[in-house]
Ligand binder design. Structure first.
Ligand code: ARG
Length: 588
């Protein structure tokens, strides 16, 4: 369905042409003076030079041509040469009815659907999730849903950190504590036990302990590096133990991500590309892309236009070991071969932007990707505490994601319990839902690249630009609709009529922006545009609600039309929050 601004622009462009001016001048925008008009066109100002005429004369000419238009109830040419436009009640109601009739509220899906891989989440096996991983999960999940809604084929890949030194550290520590484990018996040839020799809590205690030791004890670190090497070169017992670590850790990660309403199509990790690295290295050497530098293998990626130093991309260290780069490049190669994506999007902390610049340049230079493949780095900013410094626990440590979410759920439960009509089970379920909305909306309503202050009191408020406020609005609509249904009404039976009040028209005008907003959110990979939209839409809905006695309206037809309008608003809000990755309860 055509966007409302295009429909209006076409009408005004035709009027410019009919008055003897270039049509392009007739582009219309939403008014920045909503007190004066709904839409405006500044084309007469731009045309003044070209036609050697005062802008107001041009504006008057165009206004004259628009006089009979069925689209506008008011067209004013005002000094020095603006066209102020107001559309008719029927035109806006027609548009809303069409939105309601069509699927996806009249959104045109992408004409050429792309295959997109989104690399997000990026947790590290056996290391607890912390708040840094929270942003990647929240933003990546939303982008995945938005692009999919636009009609693209989207594959979300978690890209587990499961292959580096942290694995060697854990194995080393396990060996120190339990040298008797069969995994360390080099002569053992049988099957390894099914049961892992540790729990997730053990692992979460072991990793930090090992990591701390390695920082103080050089010999210990040496052992960990050797264990990493043995693991990577395929020593049976080490591989089997590593499988156990992955199994225990992934089970726990799945639970954590499910709590966040985040899910991945692929649970691939760095280790998955281990076997294709030698082939890639050979390809890079044979192609003359990679050369030796101080014993290491590197690809130069600097360009003449660089204003800052871009160091070469290291493919292998001097001891032949692969690096974070190597697995990322091999993963690109793997994705190009098996998924053939048109686009790769990485949702990672923005402090990794130089790193990704190197990786992208290297992938392009070595032709791991085609010239058309788009690679985007969506670097997100830091989540800060109220003191403006990176978010920490009260004791100053790294905040575990699980603990953070448990605290937030607890706080929300206290609030939700104030609604005495809810059972304890209901309250718990709803508190979780509302808490998730608070956290996700609090994050997504900021432009992803910016740092933001994680202010849970503010995010949890039922008023203002927050997730709970949006949910509250949806719940309000649901409760009106439920009452209407209980009294025997059919929510979807009626036709939506032309608006009878300013607040009703304002609500409809807000609704009409949906398709343009969503297209923009997808193109700019910007979930915050959806947040801004549903905040405006909720405000418009609540204003209409406060100014209108809906359920006590005596004119049944009028009432039914309003109910249909509310139901449509609820559907649109629920669609939008689903794209953000959370949902609304029926009561709260
Ligand atoms: N595991 C990494 C970390 O915790 C993030 C992975 C990001 N994705 C990637 N393809 N490199 O920092």
């Amino acid at each position: 369905m055509k966007k409302i601004l295009d429909i209006i622009s076409e009408e005004v462009m035709a009027a410019f042409e009919a008055a003897g001016y270039e049509g392009e001048l007739g582009r219309v925008t939403i008014s920045n003076r909503p007190d004066l008009c709904e839409y405006q066109c500044n084309g007469a100002m731009a045309g003044a030079k070209k036609y050697h005429k005062a802008p107001i004369m041009i504006a008057n000419d165009v206004a004259e041509k628009l006089a009979g238009s069925a689209l506008f109830s008011k067209v004013d040419a005002v000094a020095p040469g603006f066209l102020n436009l107001t559309i008719t009640d029927d035109a806006v109601a027609d548009y809303i009815r069409e939105m309601r009739r069509l699927s996806k509220y009249g959104l045109d899906e992408a004409k050429e659907p792309k295959t997109i891989v989104i690399d997000y989440g990026g947790p590290n096996v056996a290391k607890p999730l912390h708040v840094g991983h929270l942003r990647s999960a929240i933003i990546g999940e939303s982008i995945k849903r938005i692009c999919r809604y636009m009609g693209h084929k989207v594959i979300g890949d978690i890209h587990l950190g499961d292959w580096g030194l942290q694995m060697g550290l854990i194995i080393t520590e396990l060996k120190e504590r339990h040298p008797e484990l069969v995994y360390f018996d080099e002569n053992y040839m049988g099957e390894y036990p099914e049961e892992p020799p540790f729990t997730i809590s053990d692992l979460e205690e072991i990793y930090p302990a090992a990591s701390a030791k390695s920082k103080e004890d050089a010999a210990y670190k040496e052992k960990a590096m050797e264990a990493t090497f043995k693991l990577q070169s395929g020593v049976r017992g080490y591989r089997a133990l590593w499988q156990q670590i992955i199994k225990v850790s992934v089970t726990d990660l799945k639970k954590n991500y499910a709590n966040l309403n985040v899910d991945f199509d692929l649970w691939k990790g760095e280790s998955d590309v281990h076997d294709i690295i030698p082939g890639m290295v050979k390809y890079m050497k044979d192609g003359g892309y990679a050369h030796e530098s101080e014993g290491a293998l590197v690809v130069d990626v600097k360009e003449e236009t660089d204003t800052k130093e871009i160091p070469p991309c290291m493919i292998l260290k001097s001891d032949g070991a692969s690096l974070y780069n190597t697995t990322d490049l091999a993963t690109i190669m793997d994705r190009m071969e098996h998924i053939k994506p048109d686009e790769l999007i990485y949702v990672v902390d923005k402090r990794q932007d130089l790193y990704f610049e190197q990786v992208f340049r290297c992938a392009r230079k070595t032709k791991l990707v085609s010239d058309e493949t788009v690679m985007k780095f969506l670097g997100f900013g830091t989540m800060n505490g109220k003191d403006g410094k990176p978010f920490k626990t009260r004791a100053g440590g790294v905040m575990r994601l699980e603990h953070l979410l448990a605290d937030i759920n607890e706080g929300m439960l206290t609030k939700i319990r104030e609604n005495a009509t809810l059972s304890e089970d209901e309250a718990k379920k709803i508190a979780k839902q509302v808490a998730l909305a608070a956290v996700k909306y609090g994050d997504l309503s900021n432009q992803a690249s910016k740092d933001y202050i994680f202010d849970i009191e503010k995010f949890s408020s039922f008023e203002g630009d927050t997730g709970p406020y949006i949910l509250y609005t949806i719940v309000r609509i649901k409760s009106i609709l439920a009452k209407y249904t209980a009294a025997g009404g059919d929510v979807n039976a009626a036709k939506i009529a032309a608006p009878v009040s300013a607040s009703e028209k304002a609500l409809m005008l807000e609704m009409t922006k949906f398709n343009a907003m969503l297209e923009g959110a997808c193109e700019e990979i910007a979930p915050h545009r959806i947040c801004a939209y549903i905040y405006d839409l909720s405000n418009a809905l609540n204003r209409f609600y406060h100014e209108t006695k809906i359920l006590s309206e005596e004119d049944e037809e009028k009432k039914a039309g309003w109910i249909a309008l509310l139901a449509l608003t609820r559907d649109m809000l629920e669609t939008c929050i689903d794209l953000l990755g959370f949902d609304a309860p029926d009561k709260m």
